[in-house]
Structure formats: C-alpha cells, structure tokens
Design a binder for this molecule. Structure first.
Ligand code: EPZ
Length: 422
C-alpha cells in the first residue's frame, strides 16, 4: 500500500495546474446513458473514482474510450444492455447512484444497489428515490437494491427537496430531461457542478432554465443527442492547493483557478490574512509574513463554505494565532482528521458537529492515517509546514480525488514523495 512522506521545507513558489472537477465528471459521465449518441468530455481528471465510474458504465453497456492520457473521455451508450448497477462497484463509490435517473429516464427501468454508508456519514439516498417518485416512478427496496420502474416513461412533476442535496439534484435534473412534460426542482443545489451538468445537457438538446439557483425548470424532450463538453475546473482541488502557500508561506499561482467558484472560501482566507489575487492564468495566493489569523468556519451548501474544504481549512487553522471554531453542518462525522492532526501536536476539541482549534506555533511531523479523501489531503497540507517528517498512510483515499499530488506539490518546492511498499 502506498504512503506519502512529506517534510516541512519552507515557503513554496511556482505554479500548480488545476484539473477538471471530480464531482462534475462523476455526474457528467452517467449523462451518456440519456442518449444513443456519443458524449465526449474534455478536461477530464485522471482519478481512481473516474476509473470506477468508467467500470460501472461499461458494465451497463457503455463504450468508454480514453484519449490524451485520460484527459478526454469518449462515451457511447448506443443501447443499455444491462440495467443493474452491481453492489461490488457501487459500494466502492457512492456516486454510482447517479446512473439511476438516466437509466430510468431512458428505458423506464433500473436496478441500483444501495451505496451503503461511508466514513463521513450514513449518506442515505432517500431524496434520490423521492425525486424519481415525484416523476411517476415506482421504487421498491429489495435485497439491498433499489428496483425502479416507470413503464410508461417518467412524467414531469414537482420535486421539492426538504434540504439541499447535490446528488439528488443531479439525478432529478438528468431524469427530467426525458420526462413527458415540465419538471420543477425546488430547493435545488446551486453548486458549480450542477451548472456544469445543465450546460452539458443543454448541449445534448435538453431544455433547462434556472441552474445555479434554488429552482430549476426542465421541459422534457423526446430524445437527446450527442455533445462535446469541457469538465469545469475543480474548485475543491483549487481550494486545497491554495492552502499550500497559506500554510507554508511563499506564493503560488493556481492555473485555471476561478474566484467565482470559491467565493466564500476566499473570504475566509482573506480574514485569515492570506492574499488572493486574480492573474491572467488563474489565481495567485501568497502569505508573505506574519502568522495566519484564527477565523470561524461554518460549512454550508454552495455558495457557502464548502464542506469538502473543511478538513483542509482545519489544517491551516492549527497554526493560526488564536482560537477558531469550525462547524460541520453537512455531514455527521467529518472530523476524522482531527485525531490525526492531534498526533502532530494540534490542539483541537471536537464536540459533535463543532471543532474548536487553538493555534500552536508549529506542528511536528508524525506517522498519520488517512481516513477519507479530504482528511488525507489535510494531513499532507499539515505536513508541509510541520517540523520533520510526516508519513501519511492509506493514500488510496487520496488518489480518488487528487491527480499526482506529490508531483504538483514538488513542482512548487515541497519536499514530498510517494513510497510504495511492494
Ligand atoms: C456530493 O455528495 C459530493 N460528491 C461530496 O463530495 C460533497 O461533500 C457533497 O456533495 C456536499 O457538497 C459528489 O459530488 C460525487 P449531498 P452527495 O446529497 O451528493 C444528506 C468529496 O469529498 N442526504 O449534497 O452525496 C447527506 O447524508 C465528496 O468529493 C440525505 O439525507 O451529498 C448529507 O448529510 C464527499 N438523503 C447531506 O444530505 C439523500 O438522499 C448532503 O448530501 C441525499 C443526501
């Protein structure tokens, strides 16, 4: 099993290219199931989660051709040969549930394994099922699988979410494009990945209004065509790497970064004393002198502070001057990075969904354990500024969401390498 060894090595300098968004690509890929014609995605990230989604789609009958070293994915679902998303694949990646809406909309039936929980929470899919029912589908839970049927096809309806769900909004949006009549999604998620999906579906011929707001209206069409669509830049990878110079000092340019994708996060960086400026090629982040200032953070659906940047922000605040309070309002168990940061000397007290961080002058390198995707990268960020060597184990979590992290950080002066046990 690989591990990453990182040693505090002073200020960083240089450029980091930001890849296409994992969480956009994972919903754009299942959209191929809505059409007989080819869907080509450019600027795709090279990640293990993308490989898992590829495997799932291929098991359903989609042809997937990787080009340009995986940066371009050509997907063709001329027909769906198998309408069952198997537990063996679904349990590896929860986003597999996103084949439910497209399969149901295209062929009127789908069987998808329930994804089960994961490290950060139970993560039920009840809102996904309710959305399909609102469009006339019959849903039955049996032997750990969802059996969905819409014999006469889906019908337009009102999908009124009791709270914001990114995945359920994506499933409903994709399904509604082929439903008969008009569908209105209320309390829709407003994430940039939803906007990206809507833009791709529109290129395929879908009729959608309101993406990016809390209410999306879709006029169903008989069929969708093919399209070529560039995956939007990854705002979570962007925010993660912006924290590298923030934690280590120095100045780094994030190529492809767009400030409108992470407004709330940038406001918190500004309050902490980190300067962010737009350049012709992206965003430049610098921490020239003085310690980082403590700030309070509350995670919220977009456009609020992203839950996927909470662990990384905590790493920064571990060495800030003063006391910070982080409130995780989206997931019930997303502080598993805290005990690992404590092994490095961080002063953190967790009480339910709230963590109080008292800044220390400097963390100390230590062997630590990655527990989930974003927790693993927060440990690497902490290691960048820690005294001595930090060894992050179980980096398979990391490879789900970060392309070649050791190469990208080495290129700006970090002392980091991947060590394989085999
Ligand atoms: C997406 O997960 C992202 N994953 C997550 O990123 C991200 O943290 C999350 O949105 C929130 O922004 C992908 O896009 C592949 P939700 P998703 O439905 O869609 C509860 C990462 O690190 N809920 O918005 O699963 C749920 O338990 C990952 O890249 C229900 O109760 O998130 C959570 O508490 C982690 N019933 C809250 O809603 C449902 O049917 C928000 O979840 C669905 C969700």
């Amino acid at each position: 099993m690989d591990r990453i060894v990182v040693t505090g090595n002073g200020p960083l300098k240089g450029q980091i290219p930001i890849a296409g968004a994992k969480n956009a690509c994972l919903t754009l890929m299942p959209a191929t199931l809505l059409s007989e014609e080819p869907l080509t995605l450019t600027n795709a990230p090279r990640l293990s989660d993308i490989a898992t989604m590829t495997q799932l789609l291929q098991s359903l009958g989609t042809e997937v051709t990787k080009m340009q070293d995986g940066k371009v994915l050509a997907l063709s679902s001329y027909r769906i040969d198998n309408h069952t998303a198997d537990y063996d694949i679904v349990r590896k990646m929860r986003a597999s549930i996103l084949v439910l809406g497209p399969m149901l909309a295209r062929d009127g039936h789908a069987v998808v394994s329930l994804p089960g929980g994961c490290a950060i929470g139970a993560r039920p899919v009840d809102l996904h099922l309710k959305a399909m029912e609102a469009m006339g589908a019959e849903m039955e839970l049996r032997d750990g699988y969802v059996h969905a049927k819409a014999p006469g096809g889906l019908k337009g309806g009102v999908v009124d979410f009791p709270f914001v769900s990114v995945g359920a909004t994506e499933n409903a949006l994709m399904a509604a494009t082929l439903a008969k009549g008009t569908t209105v999604i209320k309390n829709a998620a407003r994430e940039p990945e939803i906007v990206d999906l809507a833009q791709c579906l529109r290129r395929m011929g879908a009729q959608i209004d309101g993406e990016g707001t809390s209410e999306i209206t879709i006029q169903g069409v008989d069929r969708l065509g093919g399209a070529t669509h560039p995956v939007v830049v990854d705002r979570i990878e962007l925010g993660t790497y912006m924290l590298a110079p923030a934690i280590s000092g120095g100045e780094v340019e994030l190529l492809g970064g767009r400030i409108e994708l992470i407004g709330a996060f940038c406001e918190k960086l500004d309050a902490a004393g980190i300067s962010v400026s737009e350049t012709g090629n992206g965003l430049s982040v610098a921490r020239k002198n003085g310690r980082v200032r403590a700030v309070d953070v509350k995670t919220e659906p977009f456009p609020g502070f992203p839950t996927d940047l909470q662990a990384q922000m905590m790493a920064l605040l571990c060495t800030a001057e003063g006391v910070s309070v982080l409130e995780e309002q989206i997931f019930e168990n997303r502080f598993m990075h805290a005990p690992e940061l404590q092994r490095m000397g961080a002063k953190i007290e967790v009480h339910g969904g709230s963590a109080t961080v008292t800044g220390v002058d400097r963390l100390k390198g230590a062997p630590v354990m990655a527990t989930d995707l974003r927790a693993s990268v927060s440990l690497i960020l902490a290691g960048l500024a820690a005294e001595g060597e930090t060894v992050v184990n179980r980096v398979y979590h990391l490879d789900r969401g970060y392309e070649r992290v050791e190469e990208k950080l080495s290129a700006v002066g970090a002392k980091i390498e991947r060590v394989s046990d085999r």
